[in-house]
Design a protein around this ligand. Structure first.
Ligand SMILES: Nc1ncnc2c1ncn2[C@@H]1O[C@H](COP(=O)(O)OP(=O)(O)OP(=O)(O)O)[C@@H](O)[C@H]1O
Ligand SMILES: [Mg+2]
Length: 500
C-alpha cells in the first residue's frame, strides 16, 4: 500500500463532499484514481476528481509581471521548490471497521495520510466478483474488472457508443467470458442477432468452434402453424381488427385439423371458407402473398428456437444478407417471442439475447409503434428478470432507442459518445452519472468505457481487455481492405490468364 500524500486544509475543505491532499514528490496520482484515508470509524474511499498545481511565487499577477520585466523569476527565487501537485478528491463511501460500507458522514482530518486503497477493499467497495465476467481492468490500479453475472445481466445490459468505439469488441469479450464458464458456475444460452455478420468468425476459431452455432439469415423459416394471433397482427400491421380476428379464427381452425401447414394451404383454406366475406378474403390473400414473397415462412420453424437456446453455447443469427428492415424485424420478433415463451415454461435454459443495432428493433417514438419487434423486446425488458430472460442491447444512437427499454437496462456500459443529444439522453436514463463523469464520455479512447448501474456499486471506468478470439475482417483498417481487394482482383486476372 503506497502513500500518496497528506490532506491539506483549504477554506472549504476537508468536508464530507470533498477534500484535497498534497501529492508526495515521488507519488503518481491521476484524475480518476481511487484513494483511501483513515477517518474515525473506518477508511474513507474517494475518487480523484481533479489534480492541479500550485506555486506561491506565481500567485500575484502584479509581482510576477514586475519581476519578469527585469529577470526570469527562477533566477531570483527558488520557484522550482515551491511547485506542488494537489489532488481534489470526491469521497464515495466509508469502509467501516466491521467490514460494512457506509455513507460519508465525517471528513478526514487535515494532515491525515492518503494512501492507495488496499486491493481487497477496492474490490469489495466497487462490488466486483472474483468469479464474475472479466471484461477488462480498472485504469490506474492493478485490478481486474470482474462483474457478477446476476448483477450485470439479470436486469439487462445496454452498451452504448458512437460507431467504432468498441461496442462489438466488448460484446465479443463478454461472449468469451460466457463461453468460459463451467457448468457449476452456471451457464447461459446466448443468442445473438448479428446484423452485420461480425460475430460469425467466432465459429472458425478452434477455441470456440464447438460452442458456436451460426445460422445464416436465409436458412431461417418462421413456422406458420406456430404463429399466435398476437404475432399475426404484428406481422400484418395493415389488417383491420376485424380482418385480424377473422384471420386468427381461420388459423385456429386449421391448426386444430393439422399440425403443420404452409402458406399455400392456408390460402386455399381461406379461399374455400364459406363464412369469410369476399373482401376480407381478398385482403388476407394479398397480405399472405406479401408474406410469401419474404421467403421467411414455412410449415415449421427452422431452426427451432429450442435448438438456438443451448446452455453454455452461443447461437449467432447472421442477418447480414437482409436489406429489408421489415424482414429483419420479423425474425427478431419471432426469435425473441419464442425464446421468451419457452423460457416462461422453463423448457429452455436461462438465456441472454444480444441485439446489435437495437435502435432499429426497439425504436423510440410514436411512428415506431409499427416496429414489429418492439413489443416483445419491451415485454422482455419489463418482465424478463423474473424468468431469467436477459437482454443485451447495443446501439450507436441511444436517442433513437426506446426510453422504456433503455431505462429497464439496469447496467449501462458507455464507450465514447460525442453527440450532445445522446449524452443528455444517457445522463437522463443512467442513474448515478454526474455531469463531470458525463463530460468525460466524449473524450474516451477506443476500448475504454464507463460502467454504471446495477453491476457496480459506483460508476467506474474500465479498459476493455484484449479479446482472445480472432477479430472479424469486417473491422479491418481501410488500407488493409483496399490492399486485400487489389490482391483479389490481381489473383483473378492471373487465374483467368493461366486458364486461357
Ligand atoms: N478494447 C479494445 N482493444 C483493442 N482494440 C479495440 C478495442 N475495442 C475496439 N477496438 C478496435 O476498434 C475497432 C472498432 O471496434 P468495434 O467494431 O467494436 O466498434 P463498434 O462500436 O461496434 O462500431 P459500430 O457501431 O460501427 O458497429 C475494432 O476493429 C477494434 O480493432
Ligand atoms: Mg459494432
Amino acid at each position: 500500500m503506497s502513500e500518496y500524500g497528506t490532506v491539506v486544509s483549504t477554506p472549504d475543505s476537508p468536508c464530507t463532499r470533498k477534500f484535497s491532499f498534497v501529492i508526495k514528490k515521488d507519488a503518481i496520482v491521476r484524475k480518476g484514481q481511487f484513494v483511501e484515508v483513515a477517518i474515525e470509524g473506518g477508511r474513507l474511499i474517494g475518487r480523484v476528481a481533479d489534480v492541479f498545481k500550485t506555486n506561491r511565487y506565481f500567485e500575484r499577477p502584479e509581482s510576477v509581471e514586475r519581476y519578469e520585466n527585469s529577470r526570469p523569476m527562477e533566477d531570483i527565487f527558488p520557484v522550482g521548490n515551491w511547485e506542488y501537485l494537489v489532488a481534489e478528491v470526491a469521497p464515495l463511501g466509508v469502509y467501516g471497521s466491521e467490514g460494512r460500507f457506509e455513507e460519508v458522514s465525517f471528513p478526514p482530518s487535515p494532515g491525515a495520510k492518503v494512501n492507495e486503497p488496499e486491493r481487497f477493499v477496492l474490490l469489495k467497495f466497487l462490488g466486483f466478483d472474483e468469479k464474475g465476467l472479466e471484461i477488462g481492468e480498472l485504469p490506474f490500479h492493478d485490478v481486474k474488472v470482474r462483474l457478477n453475472l446476476t448483477r450485470m445481466l439479470q436486469k439487462h445490459l445496454a452498451i452504448l457508443a458512437i460507431s467504432g468505439a468498441g461496442k462489438s469488441y466488448l460484446v465479443s469479450v463478454i461472449l468469451e467470458e460466457l463461453l468460459r464458464r463451467k457448468k457449476e458456475e452456471g451457464q447461459l444460452a446466448t443468442v445473438i442477432i448479428d446484423t452485420h455478420g461480425e460475430y460469425v468468425s467466432l465459429a472458425d476459431d478452434p477455441n470456440y468452434t464447438d460452442k458456436v452455432n451460426v445460422i445464416r439469415g436465409d436458412e431461417i423459416k418462421i413456422g406458420l402453424s406456430n404463429l399466435s394471433a398476437q404475432q399475426i397482427s404484428e406481422f400484418m400491421p395493415n389488417l383491420s381488427h376485424v380482418q385480424a380476428r377473422e384471420f386468427s379464427r381461420l388459423l385456429r381452425s386449421m391448426k386444430s385439423g393439422k399440425k403443420h401447414f404452409g402458406i399455400e394451404e392456408l390460402m386455399k383454406t381461406i379461399e374455400e371458407d364459406e363464412k369469410t366475406k369476399a373482401v376480407t378474403k381478398e385482403v388476407l390473400n394479398s397480405v399472405l402473398v406479401e408474406l410469401t414473397e419474404t421467403g421467411l415462412f414455412d410449415a415449421t420453424d427452422k431452426p427451432s428456437v429450442r435448438e438456438l437456446a443451448q446452455q453454455g453455447k452461443v447461437s449467432i443469427i447472421d442477418l447480414s444478407s437482409f436489406v429489408s428492415s421489415t424482414q429483419k424485424q420479423m425474425i427478431v420478433s419471432h426469435v425473441a417471442r419464442n425464446l421468451f415463451n419457452l423460457r416462461r415454461e422453463e423448457s429452455i435454459p436461462p438465456f441472454l439475447l444480444v441485439l446489435e443495432e437495437a435502435h432499429q428493433f426497439v425504436p423510440e417514438g410514436a411512428k415506431a409503434e409499427r416496429a414489429m419487434s418492439r413489443g416483445i423486446i419491451q415485454t422482455i425488458a419489463r418482465e424478463g428478470r423474473k424468468f431469467h430472460a436477459s437482454l443485451c442491447l447495443i446501439s450507436q444512437r441511444p436517442v433513437q432507442l426506446s426510453t422504456t427499454v433503455l431505462s429497464q437496462c439496469n447496467t449501462h456500459i458507455i464507450l465514447r459518445v460525442t453527440n450532445p443529444y445522446d449524452l443528455d439522453h444517457i445522463g437522463e436514463s443512467s442513474e448515478g452519472i454526474t455531469r463531470d463523469v458525463l463530460n468525460q464520455i466524449s473524450g474516451l479512447r477506443v476500448g475504454t468505457g464507463l460502467i454504471v448501474g446495477e453491476a457496480v456499486n459506483y460508476p467506474i471506468f474500465v479498459r476493455v481487455r484484449k479479446r482472445i478470439s480472432k477479430e472479424s475482417s469486417k473491422g479491418m483498417p481501410l488500407e488493409e481492405a483496399a490492399r486485400e481487394f487489389a490482391n483479389r482482383v490481381k489473383q483473378k486476372k492471373e487465374d483467368a490468364k493461366s486458364f486461357m
